[in-house]
Design a binder for this molecule. Structure first.
Ligand code: FAD
Length: 317
């Protein structure tokens, strides 16, 4: 079932979560272990992130340096299908512009369609490590709204090869990302929301936000989206802090703020078990307020560790 239909039919706020595929050579049982403890809360859909190939420089035995292309987390289409089959849950594989031509993207979408997967999350991706700006692949997309447009055209039966006249229309429900604290490249909030609207106008059916730790930022963002004419459901994304390292890592990687009271509470913790508990309590408070304000769902970034999410969901829903 499409995420948008799930949201429209729901009688109250839903719980969903996001998983990262295992590292290359990793065991799919780790994914099962990350999902099983959360199935009692009946998540209607599970997102699966996509990680583009990266380049690394490695030393050869002769002392020389060679450039190698590394696929750190392969197999996301197959993983999506495996999860759907094992857990009988809708999956939302992420499809990104970075590192992919339109042609490669079309082939991935054809595979997903063959697998009866009706949901995708469309994203641009970040610049590669060492790149200051995002560089589109040759024959690829510069911005996510172009990718949404490609998927929407396939939903109308229009493939890249326009000599194909009787192509089967795909049936994807498209989710896109939104940024309550603004995307780091956007010159200001309103421009970022105008750009978000391009994705919705191109065919996105709903928005999932970047993580945030201050609900006021989310409510401001939703108001600004509505004022800009964005009417689709907006799902808040929540990441519980679980280690002291997150204080530096999350702002650097995701360009988000951590409110002062949360920082102070974490700094007072003697160890990571205490940090994890603070993270749970903060996320519970966030979740309860979001649910009370009528969000369609709360989406949790699990990063593969379900235990804190389980505790949070038990208290919020
Ligand atoms: P876009 O919507 O293209 O926006 C990028 C920037 O360009 C913004 O500053 C925007 O304001 C601006 N912009 C957009 N359109 C235009 C336009 N037409 N003209 C001018 N400016 C424009 N990354 C991964 O690699 N894999 C994942 O699985 C993944 N999952 C994610 C899930 C969620 C819920 C979120 C919030 C992020 C995820 N990301 C993922 C990270 C994402 O790829 C980065 O945040 C990326 O920098 C932006 O992606 P986007 O799709 O929002 O880009």
């Amino acid at each position: 079932m499409k995420v948008i239909d799930i949201l429209e039919k729901a009688s109250g706020p839903l719980f969903s979560f996001e998983l990262v595929p295992p590292l290359c050579g990793g065991d799919i049982r780790k994914i099962h272990d990350a999902i099983e403890p959360l199935m009692e809360f009946a998540p209607p859909f599970i997102n699966i992130t996509f990680h583009r190939d990266e380049e690394e420089f490695r030393q050869r035995p002769d002392g020389g340096i060679e450039r190698v292309v590394v696929t750190k987390r392969p197999g996301s289409v197959a993983l999506a299908a495996a999860i759907m089959k094992r857990f009988r849950v809708e999956v939302v594989p992420h499809v990104i512009c970075g590192g992919a031509s339109r042609h490669a993207i079309e082939n991935v979408l054809i595979d997903l369609h063959f697998l009866d997967i009706e949901n995708v999350m469309a994203l641009r991706g970040d610049p590669l490590p060492g790149q200051r700006f995002f560089v589109p692949e040759e024959g690829g997309h510069r911005y996510c709204n172009e990718l949404v447009g490609q998927i929407a055209r396939m939903n109308r039966g229009q493939y890249l090869d326009d000599s194909i006249t009787d192509a089967v229309a795909t049936n994807f429900c498209i989710g896109v990302a939104g940024y309550p604290e603004k995307h780091y490249e956007a010159p200001n909030r309103s421009t970022d929301i105008e750009n978000l609207k391009r994705k919705v106008d191109a065919g996105a059916a709903y928005i999932v936000t970047q993580m945030f730790f201050d609900n006021a930022a989310f409510f401001r963002f939703v108001d600004a989206c509505r004022a800009a004419g964005i009417t689709v459901p907006i799902i808040p994304g929540i990441k519980p802090i679980s280690t002291a390292r997150h204080l530096e890592m999350l702002p650097r990687v995701f360009n988000i703020d951590i409110p002062e009271p949360l920082v102070r509470a974490i700094r007072r913790c003697a160890n990571n078990a205490a940090v994890n508990q603070v993270g749970i309590e903060w996320a519970v408070e966030q979740g309860k307020e979001l649910v009370a304000r009528g969000v369609p769902a709360v989406h949790y970034y699990t990063m593969g560790s379900p235990n804190n999410i389980r505790e949070i969901v038990r208290q919020v829903f």
